[in-house]
Unconditional design. Structure first.
Lengths: 234, 332
């Protein structure tokens, strides 16, 4: 299925955004990519879906509804409030719950990836109060009251963030597993006045995000292209 | 990951008070070392005391010219602070040469001092390691000991390097570490903070049980100084040092009026090379004196099976840094 999907995405790269027409009535019954994979499907259905469902629509579908644990925290648990992509969640979490796992497992925000799980690969990079961190090395309880931005929170109203768009246009991925972390790092770097804009500085600043497919050249192109597009703000 | 109780410290006194008792406890700041090692089950705290909400996030210049840095100032904030950029550029360079952007955003000043070693035999949870399990031996001696193993300050109990870049710059600059315990506050000179492994490699620093680092106060900068951090590693970024040097020089014409030299990547603690400094002070800047000073900086070094190359590399990282810092004087 992944091969089919890549083919479809490359076909779509002629324009700045998705070009595939989506029938709204089809979207209403369409599962997320993840629930679809869990459910299992034939190759024919997979190819049909990946063609029909542009990423912006996926992002909209994946926006989590607020989760509120109504019961009191159990033994060893703490009650925390996380604002994730503008949505407030109130959760009871054990002290040893890792932020990355809470986002993925409790909030179903699986765009943030678990790569090495030891702070070495950067796949889990997201923004906490606008600062990029490795979410695999944070306890969820540490983030009570924090505002978190994940890859799912970048697109606005179906329009990709300029960095997402640039990654698409520049083919800045192969397997895609590191991509959400790469994009979150890039978003933070482009907003950081302390990081110079030359290629060497960008490479250095992005070096905490490992890409085993070796798409670094295109990632750099994408980041610099996004910088140009975002104009005066970077 | 193992379970533990979690306490959010509301004040330094509360933090210190939460550390009493016999069970293993740990302060949590950035967590980039602690949570990594708890996941690996190498560190096994039964209680974690979160100190991130303590008011220890200031960087302030004292009347005597020293710079007082709060324990919780992140590595990124410290490297980019205007007072650090202006008065301690070697510290900014060293910090930015370490880890990655997102790790530096999390990691704190005090936490950087408290980093544990990167020796695989320490981290794997299974091999003989006197740090992890006193008396079990050192698998690195006679094992794979190329990149994160030391040639200076080792013992037959442990040969791991201290991994920090920031601490190498601090060793050159000079600093006091302010700590708070149940008995009150005290200061530890930076040079005495990290301990050599000797016969007690599990003791890595001079903190008493439960003591909390509250500040690191840098010595006043040397007037009219120039400085640089030079780091040699297996890849150009996001890699621990094979050898590094933090050097601060004051020149009077072609003569070295004052010098500070510290080494990283080659020693079991941030390594101040005082004998090398003394040999340099008062001398004219020449390639010959730099070679002599570089040799003294590695005096007493002992190579192991895979890391003996660090002895000439360590000499080169000193000589080259000195040469680059005095490029104008040397060529004139």
């Amino acid at each position: 299925m992944s091969d089919l999907k890549v083919t479809v995405m490359k076909d779509q790269k002629t324009g700045p955004g998705p070009v595939v027409e989506v029938d709204p009535s089809a979207l209403a019954v369409m599962p997320t990519r993840r629930s679809f994979l869990k459910f299992g499907a034939s190759g024919i259905a997979a190819s049909a879906l990946s063609g029909l469902l542009p990423d912006s629509a996926l992002a909209a579908v994946q926006q989590a509804a607020p989760v509120v644990d109504s019961s009191a925290p159990g033994v060893g648990e703490q009650r925390i409030r996380l604002t994730v992509n503008g949505q407030v969640h109130t959760l009871n979490v054990p002290a040893n719950a890792i932020l990355l796992d809470v986002l993925r497992d409790r909030l179903q925000l699986t765009g943030t990836k678990k790569g090495c799980d030891y702070g070495q690969c950067g796949a889990c990079t997201l923004l906490v109060n606008d600062v990029a961190i490795n979410s695999c090395l944070s306890l969820a309880v540490q983030h009570d009251g924090d505002s978190i931005t994940t890859i799912e929170g970048l697109a606005q109203g179906g329009t990709l963030h300029p960095v997402q768009e640039a990654f698409w246009e520049h083919d800045a991925y192969q397997c895609g597993y590191c991509t959400s972390g790469q994009i979150m790092s890039a978003v933070a770097i482009l907003k950081d006045p302390n990081i110079p804009s030359d290629d060497a500085s960008v490479r250095e600043a992005m070096s905490g995000n490992i890409c085993r497919c070796g798409a670094y050249k295109n990632i750099l192109s994408a980041v610099q292209s996004a910088r140009s597009k975002m104009g005066g703000t970077v | 990951m193992r379970t533990f109780t979690f306490v959010r410290a509301e004040s330094p006194a509360h933090a210190v008070g939460s550390m009493s008792g016999d069970a293993p406890r740990a302060y949590l700041a950035g967590g980039t070392t602690l949570l990594d090692l708890v996941k690996l089950d190498v560190m096994q705290p039964e209680q974690i005391v979160d100190i991130n909400h303590l008011p220890l996030k200031q960087v302030e210049r004292l009347a005597d010219g020293r710079l007082r840095v709060g324990a919780l100032v992140s590595n990124t904030e410290l490297a980019n602070h205007p007072l650090v950029r202006e008065h301690y550029p070697v510290l900014a360079e060293a910090i930015l040469a370490g880890a990655s952007t997102q790790l530096r955003n999390k990691a704190t000043t005090a936490g950087n001092l408290m980093q544990r070693v990167r020796c695989n035999y320490f981290r794997d949870g299974a091999s003989a390691c006197n740090k992890r399990e006193p008396g079990s031996g050192c698998a690195a001696i006679g094992g794979l000991n190329r990149s994160v193993h030391a040639v200076l300050g080792t013992s037959d109990q442990c040969i791991a390097t201290h991994p920090s870049d920031m601490c190498v710059a601090m060793a050159a600059i000079g600093a006091q570490v302010t700590v708070r315990g149940v008995a009150g506050e005290r200061e530890i000179p930076f040079a005495d903070f990290h301990l050599l492994p000797g016969d007690t490699p599990w003791r890595e620093h001079a903190l008493e049980r439960g003591e909390l680092i509250t500040h690191v106060t840098l010595d006043a900068p040397l007037a009219g100084s120039r400085s640089a951090y030079l780091k040699l590693r297996d890849r150009a970024s996001y890699q621990f040092a094979l050898a590094s040097s933090a050097i601060i020089l004051v020149l009077d014409g072609q003569r070295i009026a004052d010098a500070r030299i510290a080494l990283g990547g080659v020693a079991s603690k941030p390594w101040r090379a005082r004998e090398a400094e003394q040999a340099l002070i008062g001398q004219r800047a020449t390639p010959e004196i730099f070679a002599r000073v570089a040799e003294l900086a590695l005096k007493g070094a002992r190579g192991y099976e895979h890391n003996a190359f660090k002895i000439p590399l360590g000499q080169q990282v000193v000589a080259r840094n000195l040469r680059d810092l005095t490029a104008q004087e040397l060529s004139s």
